[in-house]
Design a protein around this ligand. Structure first.
Ligand SMILES: NC(=O)c1ccc[n+]([C@@H]2O[C@H](COP(=O)([O-])OP(=O)(O)OC[C@H]3O[C@@H](n4cnc5c(N)ncnc54)[C@H](O)[C@@H]3O)[C@@H](O)[C@H]2O)c1
Ligand SMILES: O=C(O)[C@H]1O[C@H](OP(=O)(O)OP(=O)(O)OC[C@H]2O[C@@H](n3ccc(=O)[nH]c3=O)[C@H](O)[C@@H]2O)[C@H](O)[C@@H](O)[C@@H]1O
Length: 383
């Protein structure tokens, strides 16, 4: 079947249809060099679209799942999906909480691995819409874990946690063994809940699970709700940007991490994941359980990050500096990646200036500066 026909197909919900099944099976086929068959949830998202393409490129079978929600403009998700379709990846349009859909999918394809990236992301939006986080990050995750636990054989799971689980941790850099029991946002609380739920399913059912704590990821085809993206838009349009500062005028800092490094970390995690050890809902022996930081290890103050953006955009920002609203931000993040380096060969190699240069180039070509991006953040007001 020609993947060009998939756009239409994936938007039609009835998954009991023969053409839909054919598309799923075709997309799941491994090519030469491929070792695994992966279900990527959140495949129309920023990170999911990049990793799906990387897996497909080396021959793995890849099937996507995404509900194409309108947290940020759906047009961008459709454009990413179209890139994936061209590469031969079918994205099933549906919700993680749809048990019947998951059952049908897992019956059709024997997934060796799940790369679970679908979630309600964004720290500040949780103040506005907390239940969206509970729905996708808690309910959706448990629905997926239930399906995986019941599968025979069970797949190995690699999924996205978040640097936000470190919450109010003040010990730097953040190490995987540091405390994560004082979250600063509801988003972080749901990501922490995921780590605890993951441990439970690993313990009772023998699911092999790896949690990846990503640190503020940026890059081409990125997320319009994130600062690097919305700041770029405002600078291009000559509109002010809002920069948060701490209660005593301190600058916030983030360990901004380029998408290509995150993709390498995800792929290496899949490659090193051991098989699950259970069957029929029962554990036979202890299964692998891992947690890794995937950051850049070089935090940058938000003001300095804006200066780098200005340099690449060749335009000054109008900076509006305000006290940080009480919507869940933390003062700084900083990853210790020793464990990921040792176990995964993870070695972040893109510095912020190089990465932002690549992002700005993409942004300008995608939105053709001055035209077509007026609606990009339409309706988006996170705080
Ligand atoms: N980008 C970052 O800086 C960052 C940092 C830390 C952690 N993370 C985590 O990494 C993962 C990927 O993030 P991203 O930046 O690509 O976000 P994204 O919003 O671009 O991608 C998530 C995708 O999941 C889909 N989705 C959401 N809820 C769903 C549901 N219930 N059923 C099916 N699909 C659903 C969305 O439509 C979206 O396309 C998320 O789990 C996020 O929390 C991201
Ligand atoms: O690492 C993570 O775990 C998190 O990284 C990002 O969250 P955040 O670091 O808040 O990323 P941005 O929204 O891009 O903000 C970057 C920095 O700019 C600041 N900011 C943001 C927006 C704004 O208008 N002004 C401003 O100063 C934020 O406080 C933060 O310090 C993602 O949005 C989360 O989904 C993810 O889980």
């Amino acid at each position: 079947m020609n993947p060009r026909a998939w756009t239409f197909l994936s938007r039609r919900s009835p998954y009991s249809n023969a053409a839909w099944e054919k598309a799923v099976l075709q997309s799941s086929q491994r090519q030469e060099g491929g070792q695994m068959t992966v279900l990527v949830t959140g495949a129309a998202g920023f990170v999911g679209s990049h990793v799906s393409l990387a897996l497909k490129k080396r021959g793995d079978g890849v099937v996507g799942l995404d509900n194409f929600n309108d947290y940020y403009p759906v047009e961008l998700k459709r454009a990413r999906a179209s890139n994936l379709e061209q590469a031969g990846i079918f994205i099933v349009e549906g919700d993680l909480n749809d048990q019947n859909l998951l059952m049908k999918l897992f019956k059709l394809v024997h997934f060796t691995h799940i790369l679970h990236l679908a979630a309600q992301a964004g720290v500040r939006y949780a103040v506005k819409n907390p239940l969206a986080y509970v729905h996708s990050n808690v309910g959706g995750f448990v629905t997926l874990l239930e399906q995986c636990k019941n599968s025979q054989p069970q797949p190995a799971i690699v999924y996205a946690s978040s640097s936000s689980v470190y919450g109010l941790n003040s010990k730097v850099p953040f190490s995987e063994d540091d405390r994560t029991d004082h979250p600063a946002s509801l988003y972080a609380a749901t990501k922490k809940a995921d780590e605890v739920l993951a441990h439970t399913y690993n313990h009772i059912y023998g699911l092999s699970i790896t949690a990846l704590r990503f640190f503020t990821v940026y890059g081409p085809w990125g997320r319009p709700d994130m600062a690097y993206f919305s700041f770029t838009r405002n600078i291009v349009e000559g509109k002010p940007i809002t920069i948060f500062q701490g209660p005593h005028g301190e600058e916030l800092a983030r360990d901004f991490t380029f998408i290509d490094d995150i993709v390498k970390g995800c792929v290496a995690s899949l490659d090193t994941a051991l098989p699950s050890t259970g069957s029929g809902g029962k554990k036979h022996k202890k299964a692998q359980f891992r947690i890794y930081n995937l950051g850049n290890t070089q935090p940058v103050k938000v003001g300095d990050f804006v200066s780098i953006l200005e340099k690449h955009l060749k335009k000054k920002a109008i900076r509006n500096i305000i006290p940080m609203p009480s919507t869940g931000d933390v003062m700084f993040t900083h990853a210790n990646v020793t464990r990921a380096k040792h176990d995964l060969g993870y070695n972040p190699s893109t510095d912020l200036s190089t990465g932002l240069h690549i992002f700005v180039k993409w942004y300008k070509s995608y939105y053709k500066e001055g035209a077509g991006h007026e609606d990009m953040l339409k309706g988006y007001k996170p705080y």
